[in-house]
Design a protein around this ligand. Structure first.
Ligand code: GRG
Length: 290
């Protein structure tokens, strides 16, 4: 995993725009959050599915980096005063605390648009072909947009201060957290030329680890500490948000997240290649402490 993180971070840096004196502030803002660490879960999933389906790391790398750019933009915007108004992220001051609200907003916008530029960059077109690049654009746009991540965020905002039920939480998390995780898995499959059956299996894996990931996130929000997590804890309660933990309690959440992880692993049964990396990854996500 450490080797993958290093190659992902080297590639991310290389896709950042060249700085000149006129645009320095916005590129600094983009770089600050993109290179601030983070677990790099989504790009690692793209790499792992591509490998499992016989793809090349060089071909999938632009797709992997694009999903991390979208994820980072969502974190910058989510931390803004008009959203969660958080002061720390990835163990550092949030983007708007360093660059101010306007440059943080633009840094996020810059990453969102850079993601799509990266999906169709020269390397991506040469190694995947135009058709796979177009398919990746379509998948990432849909998963990041109003029927995916953005849709999940609006459900989240409109649920504040209300008692959300299990069904709403499931729909919200499938969109807000699960959609980008699915995009990462799908883009790994696309780059490798996976079959429809393999893509459906990847979707099942993504769905189950996505919900498990969010439940673990809710657990950590009440059991961890700010130094370990790199972001404030207790923010869900502070923002009057219903979570799996507030609805079901810690013990039930631990049980459900373990069951979802097993379901994710079972979905990998369709693949003929070595699934051990994705099995270990699902366990790592379940037992993570940040
Ligand atoms: C576009 C404003 C806007 C929001 C979109 C994704 C999202 C909605 C908001 C981000 C905040 C959030 C709590 C999202 C849920 C998914 C989640 C737990 C994100 C944190 O992902 P990690 O743990 O973060 O992979 P690192 O820092 O490791 O990359």
């Amino acid at each position: 995993m450490k080797k993958d993180v290093s190659s992902i971070e080297a590639a991310l840096r290389q896709y950042l725009p060249q700085r000149d004196d006129y645009i320095r502030t916005v590129v600094d803002s983009m770089e600050y959050s993109l290179m601030a660490g983070g677990k790099r879960i989504r790009p690692m999933l793209a790499l792992a599915f591509s490998k499992l389906c016989g793809g090349s790391e060089e071909a999938v790398m632009p797709f992997a980096c694009a999903v991390e750019m979208i994820h980072t933009y969502s974190l910058i915007h989510d931390d803004l005063p008009c959203m969660d108004n958080d002061d720390t992220r990835r163990g550092k001051p949030t983007n708007h605390k360093v660059f101010g609200e306007a440059a943080a907003l633009l840094g996020g916008d810059g990453l969102l648009t850079l993601a799509f530029e990266t999906l169709v960059c020269e390397q991506a077109r040469r190694l995947n072909g135009a058709e796979k690049c177009a398919e990746a654009v379509s998948v990432l746009a849909k998963c990041a947009g109003a029927v995916g991540m953005i849709g999940g965020q609006i459900i989240d905002l409109e649920s504040e201060g209300k008692q959300a039920d299990h069904e709403i939480l499931r729909i919200m998390d499938k969109k807000k957290t699960g959609a980008l995780i699915n995009a990462a898995c799908q883009m790994g499959c696309i780059s490798a030329g996976a079959s429809e059956e393999q893509r459906k299996a990847a979707e099942q894996y993504a769905y189950h680890i996505g919900i498990a990931f969010q439940i673990v996130d809710d657990i950590l929000d009440v059991t961890s500490d700010e130094t370990t997590l790199g972001k404030p804890i207790g923010s869900d309660a502070e923002n009057h948000k219903s979570t799996y933990v507030s609805l079901l309690g810690l013990d039930e959440c631990r049980k459900i997240s373990a069951e979802l992880t097993e379901k994710a692993i079972n979905a990998l049964g369709t693949f003929e290649g070595d699934i051990s990396e994705l099995v270990n990854f699902a366990h790592y996500l379940l037992h993570r402490n940040q």
